[in-house]
Design a protein around this ligand. Structure first.
Ligand code: PLP
Length: 425
């Protein structure tokens, strides 16, 4: 067959784009070359419905081993009893958790999307808001911190079956213990979605949810720096509280409900090429190098936050504990949408984001979210944050000036040549 140069040319153009630009989308990262190689491997050809050792297809002896390695390494990273590495994405992991613990119409309580939560935590445009009766807590207007009092009040009034913590645009650590206390009062399960900060949690740089949250989900491609995908975990397995029995009449363990909810509940054949890449990424996470990386992520985020505050940018919650920050642009007279569009012209990618109590729509927004996992992987240190923030500030203050934008773009492209990306490709 003829090589498809049309598609490969486009892939090469994307590689050049990634090399030349400053990547500040908080949910993105650059995987290692070996993760890319496994993702692009012949394992994509294999059907393996089921789980290692109990598949519905023949010829799974090898992928059984790669999948088992991924499971064992993930358990070792977080020192936990249960891991499912099959979810195709974070949203798929979350759908499986909902299917495992909820019936249609059941109540859930999660962080409001407009306050930093995720679509899969009950948004009306998502299955989670269409299938279940979703309720929300927010953040405190003055501090930008999760409103635990509101969470407790809502929990006691509404008695949701599931309390969801975790966020996509929240720069602070979570008080999992406090959430578990109110959940125990009302007999709810607690689910932590650590899609964003999982890499920092893996290395002990943020509090671990496993002691207090019954179920934990994550993506593997954000701070965990693996291939695009999801995982479901539990610190400790337990008998499912809904009385669901197996064919022998024994109460099923929660692990069994979760496994069934992934396959056959919400997915068919697992992506074994991606699972092999997850195993590789998990091996990388177990090294001390990954600790040094995550420490640098935190240092870079703090240096960047300080540089923005020195220029009088308003940070929601006044700073960051993790890898990202949310900036309220209202005192700078530019919308999130316009900021995002101007920055991308200078090869700086970041995404517009609503800020808590935003008066603009989700399409326009008053905020922009910046994250440092990707630029930290490129090799940037605290001393480089000044250049990054200066470049952003120049663009935002001259968002209609094509001459300024072109000159910043040139400087950005030159600056990035110091940080080679995939020289082997
Ligand atoms: C990114 C994210 C997800 C979804 O991950 P996808 O892989 O894009 O489906 C779920 N929950 C949270 C909190 C996220 O930030």
């Amino acid at each position: 067959m003829q090589r498809d140069t049309l598609v490969f040319d486009l892939i090469n153009q994307e590689l050049q784009r990634q090399r030349h630009g400053i990547e500040l989308i908080a949910s993105e990262n650059f995987t290692s070359l070996q993760v890319i190689q496994a993702t692009g491997s012949c394992l994509t050809n294999k059907y393996a419905e089921g789980y290692p050792g109990r598949r519905y297809y023949a010829g799974c002896e090898i992928v059984d081993q790669t999948e088992q390695l991924a499971i064992d390494r993930l358990k070792q990273i977080f020192n936990i009893e249960y891991a499912n590495v099959q979810p195709h994405s974070g949203a798929q992991a979350n759908a499986a958790i909902a299917l495992a613990v909820l019936q249609p119409g059941d109540r859930t309580l999660g962080l409001d999307l407009s306050m930093g939560g995720h679509l899969t935590h009950g948004s009306s445009v998502n299955y989670s808001g269409k299938t279940y009766e979703a309720h929300f807590y927010g953040v405190v207007k003055e501090t930008g911190l999760v409103d635990y009092e509101m969470l407790e009040k809502q929990a006691r009034e509404l008695k949701p079956k599931l309390i969801i913590c975790g966020a996509s645009a929240y720069s602070r650590d979570w008080d999992y213990k406090r959430i578990r206390a109110v959940a125990d009062e009302i007999g709810a399960l607690v689910w932590a979605d650590i899609a964003h900060p999982a890499g920092l949690i893996a290395k002990g740089l943020l509090s671990s949810p496993f002691e207090y949250c019954h179920i934990v989900s994550s993506t593997t491609h954000k701070t965990l720096r693996g291939p695009r995908g999801g995982v479901i975990m539990m610190g400790k397995d337990f008998e499912n509280p809904f009385g669901q029995k197996d064919p022998k009449g024994n109460i099923r363990m929660m692990s069994s409900l979760l496994d069934l909810a992934v396959f056959p509940g919400t997915q068919g054949g697992p992506l074994e090429h991606v699972i092999a890449a997850k195993a590789i990424a998990f091996g990388e996470i177990l090294t001390d190098e990954f600790l040094v990386y995550q420490q640098q992520v935190q240092k870079n985020a703090q240096a960047m936050a300080k540089a923005f505050m020195d220029k009088e940018y308003g940070l929601v919650s006044g700073g960051t504990d993790n890898h990202l920050m949310l900036i309220d642009l209202r005192n700078k007279n530019i919308s999130g949408k316009k900021a995002e569009q101007a920055l991308v012209k200078a090869d700086i990618t970041a995404n517009k984001n609503m800020v808590p109590f935003d008066d603009k729509s989700a399409f326009i927004t008053s905020g922009i979210r910046f994250g440092v996992p990707a630029i930290t992987t490129r090799g940037m240190k605290e001393e480089h944050m000044g250049f990054v923030v200066d470049s952003i500030d120049k663009i935002l203050m001259n968002a209609d000036d094509e001459v300024v934008i072109a000159s910043v773009k040139k400087q950005v492209n030159e600056f990035m040549t110091q940080f080679p990306l995939y020289p082997e490709l």
